[in-house]
Design a protein around this ligand. Structure first.
Ligand SMILES: Cc1cc2nc3c(=O)[nH]c(=O)nc-3n(C[C@H](O)[C@H](O)[C@H](O)COP(=O)(O)OP(=O)(O)OC[C@H]3O[C@@H](n4cnc5c(N)ncnc54)[C@H](O)[C@@H]3O)c2cc1C
Ligand SMILES: NC(=O)c1ccc[n+]([C@@H]2O[C@H](COP(=O)([O-])OP(=O)(O)OC[C@H]3O[C@@H](n4cnc5c(N)ncnc54)[C@H](OP(=O)(O)O)[C@@H]3O)[C@@H](O)[C@H]2O)c1
Length: 267
């Protein structure tokens, strides 16, 4: 059930899943029938500041949508920032509680950002995985690209979330036929920076780009004609990765001048 005001709708939380207690969780809400977004975009979410003792105030923050644009619910993936104004409220929500959702979606981390290319690289750190989960449920991405490389860089292996959903992506009936008959492939590369062992990559993404390890793990070289690259998460990671790619001649996509790279900074 959702109710509306001029700028936002009041949605009901329907499901909460804790991945790492005190740090990472996902949740779903009802979705207003009028809400439209493109996979990769974000919505502004609002919570009453009850924990802060100011229930009449609303804190708003941007959140990438995890769920598919065709799903009848909304799903989000969140960090818990110690003493964070917004997440201290958000983490207390349970099924049946209310979350405010802005009616307008924003952001340019979408497939429309690129022209051409046949291989899509999705590079994320931490909760920056979120928009890629929505993009990967979109049949358009599988029509447009022959190869997809999804990279998720986290501190510890417990933070490698959504692994079952990633492994099961192409079981989605909307994607299964498309992938099977057109030989579409996705490579998932988990990266863990504060643990080593069990064969996973464990350096930061700019290092792995510099030493060729990321391309080796993907089984694909980065290429100006074929590769289109999305980067999402920690702004320092985004900037360092963008610099490493710029040194190799990859350019950021602008509305007036399509390029190879599209980014979203989370703070
Ligand atoms: C376009 C956009 C999309 C976003 N999408 C998401 C999302 O899907 N999931 C999500 O959890 N957050 C997302 N964020 C961040 C989110 O808007 C808030 O910053 C986050 O909820 C923390 O709010 P807060 O008030 O508790 O702390 P804030 O006062 O907002 O942040 C305090 C500090 O916490 C750290 N921080 C903030 N967000 C994160 C994060 N996601 N991961 C690690 N450290 C962080 C930074 O150091 C920041 O300076 C997004 C931000 C932007 C701009
Ligand atoms: N409640 C808790 O117990 C707890 C504990 C820890 C953190 N937190 C919260 O979580 C936040 C951190 O969340 P997070 O771990 O998802 O995000 P993060 O600090 O951005 O780390 C995510 C990944 O990005 C990498 N990274 C960071 N800066 C980079 C750069 N410049 N270039 C390339 N890679 C980079 C990190 O590598 P490195 O490992 O090398 O940095 C890590 O692998 C903190 O701000 C804090 O609010 C909470």
């Amino acid at each position: 059930m959702s109710t509306t005001s001029e700028k936002y709708t009041a949605e009901t939380v329907t499901w909460v899943h804790t991945w790492v207690p005190g740090k990472l969780f996902s949740f779903r809400t009802t979705r207003h029938a009028g809400l439209r977004f493109a996979p990769g975009q974000f919505l502004r979410l609002g919570v009453h500041r009850i924990a802060a003792g100011k229930p009449d105030e609303i804190a708003w923050r941007a959140y990438s949508v995890v769920s598919a644009d065709y799903a009848d619910h909304l799903e989000f993936f969140s960090i818990v920032v110690p003493d964070g104004e917004f997440t201290s409220e958000l983490v207390r929500l349970k099924a049946g509680d209310t979350l405010l959702v802005d009616k307008q979606a924003f952001g340019f981390l979408t497939l429309a950002r690129f022209e051409g290319g046949s291989e899509l690289w999705l590079l994320s750190s931490g909760t920056g995985l979120a928009p890629f989960m929505s993009i990967l449920q979109d049949p358009t991405v599988w029509q447009q690209y022959q190869r997809i490389v999804l990279v998720h860089c986290v501190r510890e292996s417990a933070e490698l979330v959504y692994r079952d959903q990633i492994a099961g992506l192409t079981d989605n009936p909307l994607l299964a036929e498309l992938c099977k008959f057109h030989d579409k492939h996705m490579v998932y590369i988990p990266v863990v920076t504060r643990e080593s062992g069990d064969g996973m990559l464990h350096q930061r993404l700019p290092v792995l780009l510099g030493n060729g390890e990321l391309e080796k793990a993907a089984g694909l070289p980065l290429d100006h004609d074929r590769s289109r690259i999305m980067i999402c998460g920690n702004p320092e990671m985004v900037e360092d990765v963008r610099k490493a790619l710029a040194e190799r001649g990859f350019r950021t996509s602008r509305r007036s001048a399509p390029g190879h790279i599209a980014v979203e900074n989370y703070w």
